[in-house]
Design a protein. Structure first.
Length: 156
């Protein structure tokens, strides 16, 4: 029997994280020297939860906040992105069950203010949520971006 874990269970599974490790190998060519924090999924969700209506955050700011919290040089770009997706899908599960207070994942953008097409509902649903909160969403080719997102970043 193949029982699939819910997104909420994936969010709660810390897998012995967080941990801070030295930047080595191929990572050092791109990220330099120092340390990288590999966060726990719930830490990413906690930051995403704090973003109030009308404000935004990008995965870049989440990574910076995690690095600062753990005294690391950088936050892991791969796991932070994956864990933001898990947090978004866990919130969508909660919404589907009628919960009203969920992680506002639509306020978390990719680098450069891009709307994340992998988040629940896709870019069309995310656009509606963002516009309902007063943000202007613009298309650049096939991708969507929040216009002037930098002025709307939440302090973290």
């Amino acid at each position: 029997m193949n029982l699939k874990l819910s997104w909420r269970k994936k969010l709660a599974d810390s897998k012995d994280l967080p941990k801070v490790e030295p930047i080595t190998g191929k990572m050092s060519a791109r990220w330099g020297t120092g340390t990288v924090v590999i966060p726990a999924p719930i830490e990413v969700d906690e930051i995403m939860r704090k973003i109030p209506k009308g404000k935004l955050i990008t995965v870049v700011e989440i990574r910076a906040a995690l690095a600062k919290k753990h005294g690391a040089t950088i936050g892991c770009p791969i796991t932070t992105g994956i864990f933001s997706l898990i947090a978004a899908r866990a919130a969508a599960e909660d919404e589907a069950e009628g919960k009203k207070r969920v992680t506002p994942y639509w306020r978390t953008l990719k680098k450069g203010g891009e709307v994340n097409p992998k988040f629940p509902g896709g870019v069309d649903a995310l656009r509606l949520r963002l516009e309902a909160e007063g943000h202007k969403v613009v298309a650049k080719g096939k991708r969507l971006f929040v216009d002037d997102y930098q002025s709307k970043l939440a302090p973290i």
